[in-house]
Design a protein around this ligand. Structure first.
Ligand SMILES: NC(=O)c1ccc[n+]([C@@H]2O[C@H](COP(=O)([O-])OP(=O)(O)OC[C@H]3O[C@@H](n4cnc5c(N)ncnc54)[C@H](OP(=O)(O)O)[C@@H]3O)[C@@H](O)[C@H]2O)c1
Length: 347
């Protein structure tokens, strides 16, 4: 049995579901994968708590599920930083699920640097560090010979980045486009049915799908961050958010949705990566697509991508995710891959 120590930053919608999966699948992880995970360091907005023996996950979940902060926990250490915590407890992997900040990247970016400098593998649900600084993080990981996996950052549970990187051997990606944000996809679908924008947004928030700052969804920035991550992961580019032209759905009115419908199309927030000669163009914008097309048939809680490659044809991938269990499951699979294969597990 291999013992694997985890540090988890962010105990919100995603982080708590990840902990629940660890509890529910403990037997499978031991029997099928030979892995005994324990959590030794946790971080929320109040600070850092550590446990040498590993936290009682059911107790931790109950504590956070009641809306309490880590500072009210016995293991909390006032003023402790993540760096000092990682100096003192044995962790192998840091999982980052704190809120996105696409201006500074923090707290996620500085947490990633700290983890990599301490020789920990990294699993990300938070898109900001990759959207702003993937090249730097890749260098740091190479320096300390650790891996970074981030399948949870791209369309929740959809394992498409892993599939392309692992299975499209020798393939070249010629272009891709898709619907990468279910909050906006759901809102547009509901507005077409006559529901108010505010009411539909509220439902995505209640289900834990919307970003903590929903203007990231509505303004197209969450989609753009995923476009950057996908491009850098599968299209041999190394871009940042600054390379993407972005417009969101904030100005979309119900009459425009109805007009598209009358013309046989449906308005979607579409991300496009297009290669024109040797140049790539990256764009996010509300776009009418034919109702009967792959993207046109992508319903509210779905996210989807179509990928054109040279030798693997055109492939279509989509996921239905109405609450973030599949996102948490993506973090679990990434942790398992890194724990079993080390840096090689990062594809
Ligand atoms: N929800 C989804 O469907 C989904 C899907 C894919 C990816 N993601 C990504 O996953 C991440 C987490 O999303 P979520 O929905 O779980 O968010 P959330 O419910 O808002 O939870 C965020 C967690 O981060 C903690 N936090 C806030 N500021 C912090 C800081 N400065 N340092 C450390 N921790 C801090 C919060 O602490 P408190 O508990 O004290 O408030 C909370 O535990 C985000 O980056 C998001 O983009 C989410």
């Amino acid at each position: 049995m291999k013992r694997v120590g985890l540090a988890l930053v962010g105990l919100g919608n995603v982080g708590r579901r990840f902990l629940r999966l660890l509890i529910e699948h403990d037997d499978t992880l031991r029997e099928k994968y030979g892995l005994a995970f324990s959590v030794h360091c946790v971080v929320d907005s109040s600070g850092v708590a550590v446990s040498d023996d590993g936290f009682d996950l059911a107790h931790l979940l109950e504590h956070k599920g009641c809306g309490l902060k880590l500072r009210e926990l016995r293991e909390f250490d006032e003023g402790l930083t993540l760096a000092v915590a990682l100096d003192n407890v044995q962790c192998d992997i840091l999982l980052e699920a704190s809120p996105v900040d696409l201006n500074t990247g923090n707290p996620g970016l500085s947490n990633c640097r700290t983890a990599l400098e301490h020789g920990l593998h990294l699993v990300l649900a938070n898109k900001a560090p990759l959207a702003l600084a993937q090249a730097e993080l890749d260098r740091l990981a190479a320096d300390t010979d650790v891996g970074i996996l981030y399948s949870a950052t791209f369309c929740g549970g959809l394992p498409v980045l892993n599939i392309v990187r692992r299975d499209m051997v020798c393939g070249k990606i010629l272009g891709f486009r898709g619907i990468f944000n279910s909050t906006t996809n759901f809102i547009l679908e509901e507005m077409l049915k006559g529901r108010s924008y505010a009411d539909a947004l509220r439902e995505t928030q209640e289900r834990g799908i919307a970003e903590a700052d929903p203007s990231l969804d509505i303004g197209g920035w969450d989609t753009a961050a995923k476009l950057v991550i996908a491009a850098n992961s599968i299209a041999d580019t190394m871009i940042t958010l600054a390379d993407v032209s972005v417009s969101g759905i904030e100005d979309v009115q119900p009459d425009r949705l109805q007009q598209c419908r009358r013309e046989g199309s449906v308005l979607k927030l579409v991300a496009t990566a297009k290669r024109i000669d040797a140049e790539w163009r990256f764009q996010v914008e509300p776009t009418p697509v034919p109702i009967a097309s792959f993207l046109g048939s992508c319903s509210g809680w779905e996210m989807a991508i179509e990928i054109q490659s040279d030798i693997y044809g055109k492939s279509f991938h989509k996921l239905w995710e109405r609450e973030p269990v599949p996102t948490a499951a993506s973090m679990l699979r990434d942790a398992v891959h890194l724990a079993t294969m080390g840096r090689q597990g990062s594809l």
